[in-house]
Design a protein around this ligand. Structure first.
Ligand code: F6R
Length: 608
C-alpha cells in the first residue's frame, strides 16, 4: 500500500511530484523515489530510504528536472525497506512505480531470469519493469505490449510507467488498487487518491480495473484490456484543497483525539432535528430499505471492525435484527450464507482499504438487499461502489492510529441503531438513546478533564512489555480498540479480552508486572467484571478500573480507580474510548516513539 503520483505538463513537474508524494505519505513511508524524463528523453531516477522530505533534499541537490514524471512512496511488502527495493524500478528504457502485490511474481521472475534479465531488488514490482522492457523490445506497438504485460499479472496493481520511446507520456494501468487521473490545464496527473490531486485540479476520472491509460499533457487515451477505446467523462470533485495543520498540538493524534468533541457535536446537530433523527440520513430512500432489513453483515478492518462489533451489541439489544461483524480479510475469502433481506455494511475511514473493497465487490455480486458504506472519505472507492452512503465527516485523519474516525463511525452506528429500533421490537428505546446522545457532548467535555490524570498514569506504563484490557458487552470492543491503540503507537504488546474469557487462558499471563485495565461503565455487567478483576488481584496483577459506578473497592498500590463522568448505557463506548486513546498517546510520548507515523504501518492499507 504505497502512494503513486505522476505529472505530465508543459512546465517542470519535479516539485509537483514531491508535493503529491507528501500528501500520499500516509500510505507508506519506508522509502520514496521519482523518475522523470529529461529533455533528452532519458529516464532520471532518484530514490531514498525514509520520508519524502529526504527525497526533496536529494532532488534539489541533484538538479534533476523534467516535464513528465512518476513518483512513489513505499510501504514495504516484498523486500526490506532499503534503497534497492525503493521504487521506481527500471529496466532498459522503462521506469515503473507500483502499488499492490503481484501474486505470481516468483513465476514471472523465473521466466525473466531465464531470458537473461537481471534483478536488482527483492520486490514483486520489478518484474513489471522487466516484462515491459521485454515486451517493448519485441513489439513496436506500445499499446499491445502493455496489454500483453497486464494480462500476465495476477494480483492487485496500480502502475505508473515512463518509457523513453514515448516522450511526454505517462502510461497507467490498474486492477484492484485505486488510481485516479487528474485533468488539468496543459497538465495531467495520476494519483493514488483524490486528496493528493485537489491542489492541482478538481477534475478527475477514476481508472477502472483492467484499463490502460496513455496520459499526455493535453489528452488522455483510455483502452480496455482487449484494446477497445473507452470514452469516459471526467467529473468534478467537491473536495476542497485542505492543508491540514497540527493547530498548536504536538502531534496530529493529539489534535484528532481532541477534535472528537466537535465531530460528535456536529454529527448530532446535522442529523437530529426537533422530532428526532432526520429522514434518510443513510442515503436516498434508506429509511424504507432499513425498514425491511432482517439481518446485517458488517465488514471492516482494524479500528473500523471494532466499531462494527460495538454496533452488533447495540442493534441486537434493541431490535430483532441478527448482526454479524466480520474482519474483511476473512469475509472476502470465505463462503458466506446470506439470509433474505440482509444489509451489507462496509465501514472504513479511508474508503480505500483493499480487504474491505474486495469484500464489497463480493457483496455486490451476492444477494444482499442493499449495500451501505459508512466512510470518512467522499468519492473514495468504497463510497463509489455502495448503494447507500453515510459520510462520517470527521475531516482528514492524518495520524496513522485512528481515533476520531472511530467515534464518528460509532455515532453513525448509533443513529443506525435508533432507526432499526424504531422498526423493531422496542419502539421506545430510540427515545432513550436520543436522550443519551443529546447529553453526549457534555459528557465528552467532562471526560477530557481526565487528561492530566491519564498523563500521570501513563508514566507507569513506560517500562511495561505487556498490558491487558478487559470489558464486557459493548465495552469488549472498546477493550480491543484500547489494546490496538496501545500496541500501534507504543509497541507494547497489548490484548483486549472479553473479561469473562480471562479465566480461560490469559490469566496465566498475570503477574505483579502486568497492568490490567478494566472498562466498566455502569450497567448490569459491572459485578461480573469486578469478579474477573478480583482474579487478577489475587495473582498480584496491577488493576486500573475506569468506571462511572461508585464502587466500594479500596484503592491501593495495586488497584487504581479512575472515575469517569456518568453516561448513558448506549453512549458509553464513545466515552470510554477517549481515555484509552489518551493513555496510548501519553505512553507513546513517554516512550518517544513516532506517534503519528508508527513503525511498519501506513494509514491506508491498500494491499491484501
Ligand atoms: C488502527 C487503524 C487501522 C484501520 C484499518 C482500517 O488505528 O487505523 O486498524 O482502522 O486499517 O482502515 P479503514 O478504516 O480506512 O478501512
Amino acid at each position: 500500500m504505497c502512494g503513486i503520483f505522476g505529472a505530465v505538463s508543459s512546465s517542470k513537474i519535479q516539485n509537483s511530484l514531491i508535493e503529491g508524494l507528501m500528501k500520499l505519505e500516509y500510505r507508506g513511508y519506508d522509502s520514496a523515489g521519482i523518475s522523470v524524463l529529461s529533455n533528452t528523453n532519458k529516464i532520471k531516477r532518484i530514490r531514498c530510504i525514509g520520508k519524502v522530505n529526504e527525497l526533496k533534499k536529494q532532488l534539489k541537490a541533484s538538479k534533476i528536472v523534467g516535464e513528465c514524471g512518476i513518483a512513489h512512496t513505499r510501504w514495504a511488502t516484498h523486500g526490506e525497506p532499503n534503497l534497492k527495493n525503493s521504487h521506481p524500478h527500471n529496466s532498459n528504457k522503462i521506469s515503473i512505480v507500483h502499488n499492490g502485490i503481484i501474486e505470481n511474481s516468483d513465476e514471472l521472475k523465473a521466466k525473466l531470469l531465464k531470458k537473461g534479465f537481471k534483478f536488482s531488488s527483492d520486490t514483486d514490482s520489478e518484474v513489471i519493469a522487466h516484462l515491459l522492457a521485454d515486451s517493448f523490445s519485441k513489439n513496436n506497438n506500445t499499446k499491445n505490449s502493455i496489454r500483453s504485460v497486464v494480462k500476465q499479472l495476477e494480483g492487485s496493481f496500480a502502475i505508473g510507467i515512463l518509457f523513453e520511446d514515448m516522450p511526454d507520456t505517462i502510461i497507467a494501468a490498474c486492477n484492484g488498487s485505486p488510481l485516479l487521473i487528474g485533468i488539468g490545464d496543459n497538465c495531467n496527473f495520476i494519483s493514488s487518491d483524490l486528496h493528493a490531486l485537489t491542489s492541482k485540479t478538481k477534475t478527475y476520472m477514476p481508472l477502472n480495473d483492467y484499463e490502460i491509460a496513455f496520459i499526455k499533457k493535453n489528452n488522455v487515451d483510455l483502452f480496455s484490456l482487449t484494446g477497445k477505446k473507452i470514452t469516459r467523462k471526467a467529473v468534478k470533485t467537491k473536495q476542497k484543497d485542505k492543508t491540514v495543520s497540527k493547530n498548536g498540538y504536538k502531534h496530529f493524534m493529539q489534535k484528532e483525539i481532541h477534535e472528537q468533541y466537535d465531530i460528535v457535536n456536529d454529527a448530532i446537530k446535522s442529523h437530529i432535528g426537533a422530532k428526532g433523527l432526520l429522514p434518510n440520513i443513510f442515503g436516498p430512500n434508506s429509511d424504507n430499505i432499513l425498514k425491511t432489513i432482517k439481518h446485517i453483515h458488517f465488514v471492516a478492518c482494524g479500528t473500523s471492525y471494532n466499531a462494527a462489533l460495538v454496533a452488533k451489541y447495540w442493534i441486537e439489544e434493541v431490535s430483532d435484527i441478527m448482526c454479524t461483524a466480520e474482519i474483511a480479510s476473512e469475509y472476502r475469502h470465505r463462503i458466506t450464507n446470506i439470509p433474505k433481506d440482509t444489509l451489507f455494511v462496509a465501514i472504513s475511514q479511508s474508503g480505500e482499504t483493499a480487504d474491505t473493497i474486495y469484500s464489497l465487490k463480493k457483496a455486490k455480486n451476492s444477494s444482499y438487499k442493499s449495500i451501505l458504506a459508512i466512510c470518512n472519505v467522499p468519492e473514495s472507492t468504497i463510497t463509489r461502489l455502495s448503494d447507500l452512503v453515510y459520510l462520517t465527516h470527521a475531516g482528514p485523519e492524518i495520524s496513522v492510529a485512528s481515533t476520531k474516525a472511530f467515534t464518528s463511525q460509532l455515532i453513525a452506528l448509533l443513529f443506525l441503531t435508533m432507526i432499526l429500533a424504531k422498526y423493531s421490537k422496542n419502539k421506545t428505546i430510540g427515545k432513550s438513546i436520543l436522550k443519551q446522545i443529546k447529553t453526549l457532548p457534555t459528557v465528552l467535555k467532562k471526560t477530557f478533564l481526565l487528561e492530566k490524570k491519564i498523563k500521570e498514569m501513563a508514566k507507569n506504563f513506560k517500562n511495561k512489555h505487556h498490558a491487558l484490557f478487559l470489558g464486557r458487552g459493548a465495552s469488549y470492543p472498546i477493550a480491543l480498540e484500547a489494546a490496538l491503540k496501545l500496541k500501534e503507537i507504543t509497541y507494547i504488546h497489548a490484548e483486549g479480552y472479553a473479561a469473562g474469557e480471562l479465566k480461560h487462558g490469559p490469566l496465566a499471563l498475570v503477574d505483579k508486572n502486568l497492568p490490567v485495565i478494566g472498562l466498566m461503565p455502569e450497567n448490569n455487567l459491572v459485578n461480573q467484571v469486578l469478579s474477573n478483576l478480583a482474579e487478577v488481584k489475587a495473582r498480584q496483577g496491577l488493576v486500573y478500573i475506569f468506571t462511572n459506578k461508585k464502587l466500594k473497592l479500596k484503592k491501593n498500590e495495586k488497584t487504581k480507580i479512575i472515575t469517569m463522568p456518568s453516561c448513558g448505557h448506549f453512549t458509553a463506548p464513545l466515552v470510554y474510548v477517549i481515555p484509552m486513546q489518551l493513555l496510548s498517546y501519553y505512553v507513546a510520548l513517554q516512550k518517544k516513539t513516532n506517534i503519528d507515523q508508527p513503525r511498519n504501518l501506513a494509514k491506508s492499507v491498500t494491499v491484501e
